[in-house]
Design a protein. Structure first.
Length: 131
């Protein structure tokens, strides 16, 4: 649900650019997970949380860049970006996920670096489209 909500809330009007954000976040999440998680070959990778984190970072950037720096929207975007980046950094550095109690063991083993990878991929896509 978070993925669909974030995808729908992107300010970008072009469907192709939106899909580029999704693809880049997915690729970033996958690549970082492959290189940083030794358990990936035994536990696998599932879910859209890495992509959702990438879309959250892109959405926060949109809020910051498309509004006046003194506006409430700009400040909310900045707070959201700091929170999602900080959460992903904590997870990547500690190897522990926030909110693991919500998984109930039904979705496989969460990969702590996948969220950071999604954010990195989303930011690369945003930088690529700005250039």
């Amino acid at each position: 649900m978070a993925f669909l909500t974030l995808y729908h809330s992107l300010a970008e009007g072009s469907a192709l650019r939106r899909l580029l954000y999704v693809a880049a976040s997915g690729v970033g999440s996958l690549l970082v997970s492959c290189f940083a998680s030794p358990d990936l070959s035994t536990h696998g990778l599932c879910g859209l949380s890495g992509i959702a984190h990438g879309l959250m970072a892109v959405s926060a950037l949109e809020m910051m860049t498309k509004s006046d720096p003194r506006s409430l929207e700009h400040r909310v975007g900045m707070v959201c970006f700091v929170l999602v980046a900080g959460k992903a950094a904590f997870e990547a550095l500690s190897g522990r996920m926030f909110f693991t109690f919500l998984h109930f063991g039904l979705m496989g083993q969460p990969v702590a670096v996948s969220h950071a990878g999604g954010i990195i991929g989303g930011l690369f896509a945003a930088a690529f489209m700005r250039a």
